[in-house]
Structure formats: structure tokens, C-alpha cells
Design a binder for this molecule. Structure first.
Ligand SMILES: [Zn+2]
Length: 213
């Protein structure tokens, strides 16, 4: 029974105090994730990185619209398919300091004896990604699923940032692909952490056979 740990987007742009899209209290989870990656139960550890070109479609600036405004994405595959989603401040631009993993996590990964990988997502300009497995249209896929299968993984544990976007969607993809999926809540932080949002989130996870613990 192979167990994998997926550390989602623990990158400087998502972390206070200086990140351009900092998740509140995100810095509180970095050291504990850096410890968790060393747990001997993992047969593989994967750290994901949001990795955008400067002309990425999710940046409000590229549409001349205010940050955090709502935007109707049109599928690059089927023009009739649309999704309403949020436009973000510029974040995690390829090769910039903000796109780097938190230093404590990098150091910890480098010290590991078990196999570890980084998986990048969000590098195609015309599509948004939340899940580390695929874009929001479930069209382009990253190497993550193949990597887990190669290691004989059955159980996936997801941690990182942000709980209500990339952590949640990575877990939803994992569960849909047939992995037994758990989110370790103490190792995540959400963008919307009010009790109503958390209640809706928990319900969505339960409905999709994802354990939150
Ligand atoms: Zn992004």
C-alpha cells in the first residue's frame, strides 16, 4: 500500500508577509510540512509549483480588470463551455523568487532519502489550473498521475496552499482517479476560512469520498 504526500504550492508568493497572493497564516504551516515530508510512511513525496508565464490568463492585469474580480473563462477545447472564476494578482511567474518553494521545504526535500519530485502546473498561457493533475477543463494533464502510478501509490495525502483552491482541487482529481484521498487539515490554510465556507468545503469533500483529518 504505497502512500504519497503531495505538498501543494508552498511557494513564496502564497506566503505572508511578502507574497503577492499571500494566504493568511500560510507561514504557520511551512515548518510543520517540512517535518511531515520526512515521515517514513511516504514512498514518494511530490511538491507542486504554480508556474505561470507573464501573459497567463488568470492574472487580472492581463485583462485590465481589478484583482479578485470574477471572470468567465471559455474552454480552449470547446468554446461553448465556460466557467466563472476569480482573477488573481500576478503570482508565481516562472523563474521569479515568488515562484520558489519556501526555503524550509526545499531544504527538507533535499535531505530526503525517499524519492521526491516537483511537478509544475499552470505553464500554459490560455488556461487556469487549480489541481496539480490537470487544468480546469480536465484537458491538459501533468505528469503527476503517471508518477504516482509508477511508485505503486494507492493512498494520497494532500497538504499545502490554498485549502479551498489548489489543495481541494488536487484532492478532487486524486479521488476521481481512484486514489484513496486524505487532506491533512492542520497542514493547510484557506483563502476563505469563515465557518460557512469551511462548512460548504467539508460537504463537498465528503460527497467526493475525500477524508479531511
Ligand atoms: Zn496560479
Amino acid at each position: 500500500m504505497g502512500k504519497a504526500l503531495i505538498v501543494v504550492d508552498v511557494q513564496l508568493d502564497f506566503l505572508p508577509p511578502d507574497g503577492s497572493l499571500a494566504v493568511a497564516a500560510g507561514d504557520e504551516i511551512v515548518d510543520r510540512i517540512a517535518e511531515l515530508v520526512k515521515d517514513p510512511r511516504w514512498c514518494v513525496v511530490v511538491a507542486t509549483q504554480d508556474w505561470h508565464p507573464v501573459d497567463h490568463i488568470s492574472f487580472a492585469k492581463n485583462h485590465g480588470l481589478p484583482e479578485f474580480s470574477s471572470y468567465q473563462y471559455v474552454s480552449p477545447v470547446d468554446r461553448h463551455e465556460t466557467q466563472q472564476a476569480t482573477l488573481w494578482p500576478v503570482h508565481c511567474v516562472q523563474g521569479t523568487p515568488g515562484a520558489e518553494l519556501a526555503p524550509a521545504l526545499s531544504e527538507s526535500l533535499q535531505s530526503l532519502e525517499c524519492d521526491h519530485h516537483t511537478v509544475k502546473k499552470g505553464y500554459i498561457s490560455d488556461r487556469e489550473y487549480y489541481s496539480a493533475f490537470n487544468d480546469i477543463w480536465n484537458d491538459h494533464r501533468t505528469e503527476l498521475d503517471g508518477l504516482l502510478r509508477k511508485h505503486g501509490v494507492n493512498d494520497v495525502f494532500v497538504v499545502g496552499l490554498a485549502l479551498d483552491y489548489c489543495v481541494k482541487n488536487t484532492a478532487l482529481s486524486a479521488a476521481a482517479l481512484g486514489y484513496r484521498t486524505t487532506i491533512l487539515q492542520d497542514y493547510t490554510r484557506a483563502i476563505a476560512s469563515d465557518s460557512k465556507s469551511m462548512c460548504n468545503l467539508k460537504q463537498e469533500l465528503v460527497q467526493n469520498d475525500i477524508t479531511l483529518k
